[in-house]
Design a protein around this ligand. Structure first.
Ligand code: DAH
Length: 356
């Protein structure tokens, strides 16, 4: 049996000779691991006579403590050494250009919807919503567009499988069914807008299969065309920040309003761009009218007592005009370069008003 003193010296040397942390770890395993030498010596204690075991046991414990302390000291030294080496070899090049910071932007459509909603809210309108998958009845019939009506053909409808009880469903082709849902659910007076997504099976430079509209509805006693005119004129002048924007009402036809009108705003062309508020060209921007008595009746509202107006406009068209966006399809291409050009940062957009 070797003397413990010799063994201790051998291990102390081995610890001292360990030049890095992994060598030190190897030494620790060779001494204290499951098969390690010190561990083995501890196990052998069991074979000794009690007297001898007591003495050697105490000595072995001492040896273990001394070796562990030596290892700990060495470990601390090696760690400090490694740190110094890293500090000497690694350097920080502060002249390197910073990595670009990826910041999200507010999509121009979200921005436009937000601004439009804010203006109508300030006029006392609240926001109503309806489903994208809409009952054929709400999308058409209740709005005075029966099955054989030519207006149905113009809508390029996406038809959906019928729901339970054979209820015919479509992807809503406009936000007007929200008028019906609102009138059925609430009693007049009513003042709502319904911003949201609509769908038509159409795709070319000026049509995409999905786009957005803002619908409006105001019903009360004694509401007339003058209210509609003021509301629309005020809305566009505020939306485009042009207090003198020319706004014109032109007679038109929609099955759900009587009389019906289209609203045009004055503009002129400058190269590819449209300049609003000057020149003598007119741009069609919105459909509106006085809610048809039949539509009121479909919603159990007495047309002898209540009247009102409705309107509907495309959000993309308004956003294109306001932010100078030229191609409708670009709204849906999710091109981040486009978003960085036309999107709004959180600080300049939304509550900031989106001025450019
Ligand atoms: N729903 C019509 C469309 O999508 C737009 C419209 C016109 C809505 C006149 C109205 C309205 O509420 O009164 O073309």
């Amino acid at each position: 049996m070797q003397t413990l003193q010799m063994m201790k010296e051998r291990w102390l040397k081995a610890i001292e000779a360990s030049n890095d942390l992994s060598l030190l770890e190897q030494a620790r395993i060779a001494a204290f691991g499951k098969q390690g030498e010190v561990t083995q010596e501890m196990k052998n204690l069991g074979t000794l006579a009690p007297e001898e075991r007591k003495e050697r046991g105490a000595a072995l414990n001492q040896l273990r403590d001394d070796l562990m302390a030596a290892m700990e000291t060495k470990r601390t030294q090696l760690k400090a050494q490694e740190l110094l080496q890293r500090l000497a070899s690694e350097s920080l090049d502060v002249s390197l250009p910073v990595r670009p910071e990826l910041k999200g932007t507010v999509h121009p459509l979200s921005q436009a919807l937000f601004e439009m909603t804010e203006i109508f809210k300030s006029m006392g309108f609240s926001v109503a919503e309806g489903p994208h998958i809409e009952e054929d009845y709400y999308n058409f019939d209740a709005l005075n567009i029966p099955a054989e009506h030519p207006a149905r053909q113009e809508h390029d409808t996406f038809y959906m499988p019928s729901g339970k009880e054979g209820v015919k469903k479509v992807l809503r082709t406009h936000t007007s069914p929200v008028q019906i849902r609102t009138m059925l659910a609430q009693n007049p007076p009513l003042r709502i807008i319904a911003p949201g997504r609509v769908f038509r099976s159409d795709y070319d430079q000026t049509h995409t299969p999905t786009f957005h509209q803002v619908e409006g509805l105001m019903i009360g006693e004694g509401i007339h065309m003058g209210h509609l005119k003021h509301c629309m004129t005020e809305f566009f002048r505020r939306m485009f920040n042009l207090p003198n924007l020319p706004v014109r009402f032109r007679p038109s036809y929609f099955p759900f309003t009587e009389p019906s009108a289209e609203v045009d705003i004055g503009f002129s062309r400058s190269g590819e761009n449209l300049v609003l508020g000057q020149g003598d060209d007119w741009l069609e921007i919105l459909g509106c009218g006085m809610v048809h008595p039949d539509v009121l009746e479909n919603c159990h509202i007495d047309p002898a007592r209540f009247q009102g107006f409705a309107f509907g406009m495309g959000v993309e068209r308004v956003a294109m005009l306001k932010y100078g966006i030229l191609d409708l399809r670009s709204f849906y291409e999710a091109d981040t370069r486009w978003l960085h050009r036309y999107g709004f940062s959180i600080t300049e957009g939304l509550t900031g008003g989106g001025e450019r």
